[in-house]
Design a protein around this ligand. Structure first.
Ligand code: GTP
Length: 392
């Protein structure tokens, strides 16, 4: 009987399970089960430095507490560090690699031509053309070719070393190796020496004034700068920056003010401060020759009430060729130039301009600009120049 009951119980359990399974299978009218629900997307995380979205700001505003007000930070007074520029000696040697462009034409180009076994008329024409292209000028080119022709005839066949010596000597002769290139910057007792810097705007006049101050300070002088280029306000700011860097006082006037009055004040300051040198940067606008003459003449006269003008430096851009030379000539006619500062010699293959400018203006190149760096102005040394052109 017990076995009978057990069988009935098993049948009942199996029947119940089967009924449950059928119910689950046909629930919902035989439709398939719904697809799984995708999880909600997480809000985007703002990237570093990116402003949070508007919603995020509002949420944050609701929960962030406002920090207590802090005291405003006092602006830090930055005392400019005074630089001590290097002395000028040996600068041109250091910068000679900057003459690479002139080296390839005036130096190596000529040397290759002169080293040829046979120097026929075509080769001499090429030599002449190279010299003209390098801005040596027509007169000096003719003189050089003539001299080289005579010496080559005497020498006959030449070794490359002989050709190099020949060219070196000829270039030095044309450049004037023995010209006096001393900058007149020695003070006269209690009075400072005065350097007047003139030239067309954009030639590097203000930059050269600043760099010259560094040259002189590097060599141990005390310098005062006069920003007499009142025509261009930025020029005075530019000069101020140069002065601040090396601790040179800068005397300036109102924009559009009288340049002569600034020059006078600068010299007075130089005397009072016991400076060794006062360098005056001028505007030198080339509107008319008489205007220029009046302006520079007045600056000079006014300075001479207190001191003497020892050096009038004409700044000339080496890359401007004949055009620059014509403008330079106008300056030479209105003021007694004592030296030339030839800028941007690093940016040209026309290094021969040294020869022509000296010939045309009758004054020596005393300084050369060989780059935009603060210490890229060097006293001109003809031997270093020629050796740099010919390569070591
Ligand atoms: N590569 C090179 N650039 C130079 C040299 N000298 C000056 N410069 C650049 O020439 C540009 C003009 O120089 P400035 O000194 O402003 O010219 P400026 O003649 O004073 O012009 P104004 O103030 O308008 O009279 C600047 O960018 C200088 O850095 C140089 O020797 N080599």
């Amino acid at each position: 009987m017990e076995a009978y009951l057990g069988i009935i119980a098993i049948i009942v359990v199996v029947a119940l399970l089967a009924a449950g399974g059928m119910f689950l299978l046909f629930r919902g009218g035989g439709k398939s089960a719904p697809p799984p629900v995708a999880p909600p997307e997480a809000p985007p995380i703002p990237e570093e430095g990116q402003a949070p979205s508007r919603g995020a700001v509002q949420e944050d505003a609701a929960t962030t507490t406002v920090p207590p007000p802090t005291r405003p930070v006092e602006p830090e007074i930055v005392v400019p560090k005074i630089e001590i520029p290097p002395p000028s000696a040996g600068r041109m040697v250091r910068l000679r690699a900057r003459l690479a462009r002139s080296q390839s034409t005036l130096g190596k180009g000529l040397l290759d031509l002169l080293s040829r076994d046979r120097l026929d008329d075509d080769t001499w024409d090429e030599i002449e053309e190279t010299l003209i292209t390098a801005d040596v000028g027509v007169g000096p080119t003719r003189a050089m070719v003539e001299e080289l022709r005579t010496r080559v005839k005497v020498l006959g066949s030449r070794t490359p070393e002989e050709a190099r010596t020949l060219l070196r000597e000829e270039l030095l002769t044309q450049i004037g190796a023995d010209m006096d290139r001393t900058l007149n910057v020695k003070p006269h007792g209690e009075r400072p020496a005065v350097v007047l810097v003139v030239g067309v705007n954009g030639t590097g006049k203000t930059t050269t004034t600043g760099k010259l101050a560094r040259v002189l300070i590097g060599d141990g002088s005390k310098v005062v700068l006069g920003a007499a280029d009142t025509f261009r306000a930025a020029a005075a700011d530019q000069l101020q920056t140069w002065g601040d860097r090396v601790g040179a006082q800068v005397v300036r006037g109102p924009e559009g003010g009288d340049p002569a009055s600034v020059a006078f004040d600068a010299v007075a300051e130089g005397i009072q401060e016991k400076a060794d040198v006062v360098i005056v940067d001028t505007a030198g606008r080339l509107h008319t020759k008489t205007g220029l003459m009046d302006e520079l003449g007045k600056v000079k006269r006014v300075i001479e009430k207190r001191a003497t003008v020892d050096e009038v430096l004409l700044v000339l851009d080496a890359t401007t060729g004949q055009n620059g030379m014509r403008q330079a000539q106008v300056f030479a006619e209105v003021v007694n130039i004592t030296g030339i500062a030839l800028t941007k010699l690093d940016g040209t293959a026309k290094g021969g301009i040294i020869i022509s400018v000296q010939r045309e203006l009758g004054v020596p190149v005393k300084l050369v600009g060989l780059g935009e760096g603060p210490d890229d102005l060097a006293p001109f040394d003809p031997e270093v120049f020629v050796d740099a052109l010919l390569g070591d």
